[in-house]
Design a protein around this ligand. Structure first.
Ligand code: CAA
Length: 241
């Protein structure tokens, strides 16, 4: 059955593409976590045959309980891909504390919660892969995203710190920093704003979810044991970092 992987936010967009790459390209047993969209999760499970599990990654106890259940029912978790994330865009003067807090709780808190649940087992077994999905906007900042940029930037720091802790136990921790990818999240950006952003992408188009998934598949493979603490930017050349 190969390695067992959990992908958070795994039933849609980039998460779905990651699940499929890990299952089809690496032969991993994949479990897709989702937060609330039952209909999309069911359609995903029917389409892919991948098991889905529901919990909020921003809820610490839910992550501990959910991951323990996956370990019991499917097997010890070898791979975690922290992909779940939300946007609550708005300029600072209009942003509420709730918009700030939710993005930090889910996007950055989710990485901590999932690592707390799965890292100790990986460390004890001497093998593990954690990949955190950061963002170009965590590297470069973005007008209207102090919450999201801070959380994603935090993810990049979190990744480098955990990489140092996992290295001698065979547990790698890396990040991918996607640029603008043709998902629902990017489709929510107003057309006029998005047009200006796309004009600044040297490759001249939005990225595809599968292009992020290929990077994740490499980082969680056996071959990537010497890659840790790195950030792979996949952004069409929009920000070279
Ligand atoms: N730089 C400088 N000024 C800017 C600007 C920018 N990038 N963008 C907008 N402005 C200016 C506007 O010109 C306008 O100025 P005036 O009032 O002088 O005309 C002012 O800011 C107000 O702009 P808006 O009318 O756009 O204000 P708003 O409150 O309606 O909307 C916003 C603000 C929500 C931030 C909107 O601009 C927006 O959605 N921006 C896109 C944010 C974005 O890129 N989000 C990424 C989502 S996808 C993602 O995050 C995935 C990933 O990882 C890449």
């Amino acid at each position: 059955m190969g390695r067992v992987a959990i992908v958070t936010g795994g039933t849609r967009g980039i998460g779905e593409a990651i699940c499929l790459a890990l299952k089809n390209d690496l032969g991993y047993t994949v479990v897709a976590n989702y937060a609330g969209n039952e209909e999309k999760a069911k359609a995903f499970a029917d389409r892919t045959g991948i098991k889905t599990v529901r919990w909020d990654v921003g809820d610490h106890q839910a992550c501990l309980d959910g991951c323990a259940k996956v370990a019991e029912e499917v097997g010890p978790v070898d791979v975690v891909v922290n992909n779940a994330g939300i946007t609550r865009d708005g300029t600072l003067h209009k942003m509420s504390f709730d918009d700030w807090n939710e993005v930090m709780r889910i996007n950055l808190g989710g990485c901590f919660n999932m690592a707390k649940a799965c890292f100790p087992g990986m460390r004890a077994r001497g093998w593990g892969r954690i990949v955190n999905i950061g963002s170009i906007n965590g590297q470069a900042g973005q007008y209207g995203q102090v919450n999201y940029a801070a959380a994603k930037s935090g993810i990049h720091g979190f990744t480098k710190a955990l990489a140092q802790e996992g290295a001698k136990f065979g547990v790698t921790c890396n990040a991918i920093a996607p640029g603008y990818i043709d998902t629902d999240m990017v489709a929510a950006v107003p057309d006029a704003v998005l047009e200006k952003i796309v004009a600044k992408i040297p490759v001249g188009r939005l990225g595809h979810a599968e292009e992020i998934a290929r990077g994740v598949a490499f980082l969680v493979s056996e071959d990537a044991g010497f890659v840790t603490g790195s950030t792979m930017s996949i952004n069409g050349g929009q920000h070279m970092y």
